[in-house]
Structures are given as C-alpha cells and as structure tokens.
Design a protein around this ligand. Structure first.
Ligand SMILES: Cc1cc2nc3c(=O)[nH]c(=O)nc-3n(C[C@H](O)[C@H](O)[C@H](O)COP(=O)(O)O)c2cc1C
Ligand SMILES: CC(C)CC(=O)C(=O)O
Length: 396
C-alpha cells in the first residue's frame, strides 16, 4: 500500500518520479548557483511564530478578499508556464482545482491551454499574467482576449527583461511546446540553443520601463498589478543585515524625518503606486531570474511599509507550509501565491493533485491560526512573528 502523502513537499518527489528529467528540472530549478532558491525556503525557517493563548479559536475563518473578490483562504495559484508538460489536461486541470478550492488562479502568458479554453472550463476566478512582447500588438491582443473572457486582473511580470540562466535547461536543451495562444500570431518554434531561452529572447521586450505603463493602461480597463520588481538589492540588505547596516538604517531614519525604510526601497515601492498599479506582488520569480537576490520573504515587510496600505501587497516565493503563509500574512501580505507545489501536484495526480496541494496548505494554515490564537485572517498581526531584524534590534 502506498504511504500517505502528509505534506506539500512530498509531492515534489512524486512529480520527480512522474516527469521526464528535462521537465522536472525545468519546473524545479532556479538560476545559476540556486542560492536564492535555497534562501526562499530557508529564510522562512529564520522567522519564528509568537502564539497567543486562551483565545476562542473554536471557529477559524480563513476567508479573505483580493481586489474585492472573495476567496476561501489567502492562497492563490501563481502564474507558471506550460502546465501540459506536467499533465495532458494542463491549465484546465489547474483551473478546475482552483474552482473546487475557491481559490484565485493566475494564468501564465506562456500557458499551453489557451486563455479561452481555461475560461470555459470552470468558474474559477482568474487573473492573467502578462509578459510584454517585443511586438506590443501581440501582448495587447492577449490582454484583450483575457478581458473579454472574464479574467479579472492583469499581472505584469516586471523581473524578466531577459530570461535568468537556468543551467539544467541549457544542459537538457529544454524544449518548449508550441504555445496555442500565439497560433497565427507568431512562431514559437525556435531551434537554436536552449529553446526556452530562444523563446524568451524572441518574446521579452527588454526596453520596457516605467513610462510604458501608460500604454498598458490604454489597452485594458482591468486592474493591473506588478510582479517582481520590488525584490531589489536594497531591500535585501535588511533581511540579511549585519549590525552595521541596521545602525546606518537607524541613522537614515532620523535623517529622513521618520521614514522607517531605506530610501531606495521606499522609492521603488512608492513609484509603483504613483504610476498607478493597483497592487504589488513581492516576488523573485521563484529564484529563477537573478541569483543572489534576497529571499522574497526577507523584503516583504519593507515593501509593505513603503506602500503604506495604498494598494494590496501580495507575496510569492518558497511557500511550502501553512506556517509560511501565516508568516507572510503577519508581515503584511494580503495573500500568497504558490508556484512549484501546484505543478508538482498536477504532475503527480492531475486536477486532484492540485486540489490536494491547496487543501493541505489550507489545513495547515487553519491549524497554525488556531494554535496561534488567531480566529480570522485579520487577527494575524505583526506581533505574531519574530524576525531576524527583531532579534538584532532587541540587542541594540
Ligand atoms: C516552472 C515555472 C514557471 C514559471 N513561469 C512563470 C510565468 O510564466 N510567468 C511569471 O510571471 N512567473 C512565472 N514563474 C514564477 C512564479 O509565478 C512564482 O513567482 C514562483 O514560482 C513562486 O515561487 P515558488 O515556486 O517557490 O512558489 C514560474 C515559476 C516556475 C517554477
Ligand atoms: C517560458 C518561461 C519564460 C516562463 C517563465 O517565466 C519561467 O520559466 O520562469
């Protein structure tokens, strides 16, 4: 008899067994030395939870809203490319699982099922992730198809002017399938070098910058969120801060007239709000772009402070446990997105596997809330966690 799967991480091994090596490596891998890939998870381990006792937790309510849409828990499905390499039903199976769990799914621009196929497969709340194509008309058409098919928001991924260097994909000569969304629009059959690399360099418009957001606004009425730009080196310093940097930060605070953030990071976050984004996703793209950027959990709080509640801040990177979700919420995220675990569930057991992954995370979050004295999501506060920065501060 097969042993019971008891946590999300165990789906990774099932996926490894189920998938051809080339695809498993593509899904699981990160950039270059994979330092940030390890950090994304290890940084969670350095945050401790401070529970409260004797709180009535006989009922736990995990429900929340994201951009006004109700969801059963603050857990969303991150945009990840090419689900049909994991399972023949691809993104349709993922969307059905999202619908069954009452969770929001973000469809990748690089999906293998089309925007329309996913929309007509179920009633999941769907957002659409966008890469801005060198040919702007291609991106505009995709956004308009998404809007016409009931997707509720556009998520602009801003951390990929070029593709990160994923060495396993280079060695494996990772091949991308034809992406049906682009049929008739352009060819994705490129056969030089790493095909994924060639696909990305054909696609990504590396000239995209802040001033182009006006163009994006002009092609859609949907809310637009920005994903990935705020996990910059400036924020990273704080997560890993040696004592010296903390002292200089305190000095900055005084020189800055009370701004509690390092100036560069605050500027980046505020800029995103000023140019009119409707939400921010703190993300390092699952450590697949620039290696040696900080774990995204270690910059979350600075971004939340800089944004000051003006727009929602979502979070992704390394979420594998309910306690990870609890920690991200305590540090100010409105919800988390989950990338690889969803793919592992899909590869191992199709739609059912994705459902199990989400259910397991929900069950773990519910238990974490009960054991921490938090009957609802809004009861999870900053004082429920203790970070490295808190520990260093207490030594001053
Ligand atoms: C295989 C794979 C494909 C991805 N494809 C996309 C994509 O098409 N668009 C995008 O914005 N992010 C993409 N991402 C990044 C995810 O949206 C997300 O930021 C990341 O997976 C979160 O980290 P996690 O996998 O540790 O949960 C991808 C990530 C993986 C692992
Ligand atoms: C096809 C890739 C460009 C999709 C992606 O964003 C990724 O693999 O991280």
């Amino acid at each position: 008899m097969a042993t019971e799967i008891v946590n999300v991480k165990e789906f990774q091994e099932l996926a490894r067994q189920a998938l051809p090596k080339m695809y498993y490596d593509y899904y699981s891998g990160g950039a270059e030395d994979q330092y940030t890939l390890r950090e994304n998870m290890e940084a969670f381990c350095r945050i401790q939870i401070q529970p409260r006792i004797l709180v009535d937790v006989s009922k736990i309510d995990m429900s929340t809203t994201v951009l006004g849409y109700n969801t059963s828990a603050p857990i969303m499905i991150a945009p990840t490319a090419m689900h049909q390499l994991a399972h023949p039903e691809g993104e349709v199976a993922t969307a059905r699982a999202a619908a069954a769990c009452n969770t929001i799914m973000v469809l990748s621009y690089m999906s293998t099922c089309t925007v329309e196929e996913v929309a007509s497969s179920c009633n999941a709340i769907r957002f659409f992730q966008l890469y801005v194509h060198k040919r702007r008309d291609v991106s505009a058409q995709l956004v308009q198809r998404a809007e016409g098919n009931g997707y509720k928001a556009v998520i602009l991924t801003a951390d990929a002017p070029r593709l990160g260097r994923r060495e396993a994909d280079i060695k494996n000569k990772m091949i991308s399938p034809q992406l049906k969304n682009f049929e008739g629009l352009l060819s994705t059959e490129v056969d030089k070098g790493s095909n994924i690399q060639a696909l990305a360099s054909e696609t990504f418009d590396a000239s995209l910058c802040w001033k182009d957001i006006g163009w994006l606004r002009s092609i859609t009425n949907l809310p637009i969120l920005i994903k990935g730009v705020l996990t910059c080196e400036d924020g990273a310093c704080l997560g890993w801060m040696p004592m010296l940097l903390w002292i200089s930060h305190i000095m900055d605070t005084h020189l800055d007239g009370g701004n509690s953030l390092p100036r560069m990071e605050a500027e980046a976050a505020i800029k995103a709000v000023e140019v009119g984004f409707d939400g921010i996703i703190v993300s390092n793209h699952g450590a697949r772009q620039l290696d040696y950027v900080p774990a995204s959990i270690s910059v979350l709080e600075e971004v939340v402070q800089a944004v000051g509640g003006k727009v929602p801040v979502l979070f992704d990177g390394g979420v594998r446990r309910g306690t990870d979700i609890f920690k991200a919420l305590a540090l100010g995220a409105q919800a988390v997105l989950v990338g690889r675990p969803v793919i592992y569930g899909l590869a191992a057991k199709g739609e059912y596997g994705v459902r199990r992954v989400i259910e397991m995370l929900k069950d773990e979050l519910e238990l974490s809330m009960a054991l921490s004295g938090c009957p609802s999501v809004k009861d999870i506060t900053r004082s429920h966690v203790r970070t490295e920065r808190d520990r260093l501060q207490s030594m001053l």
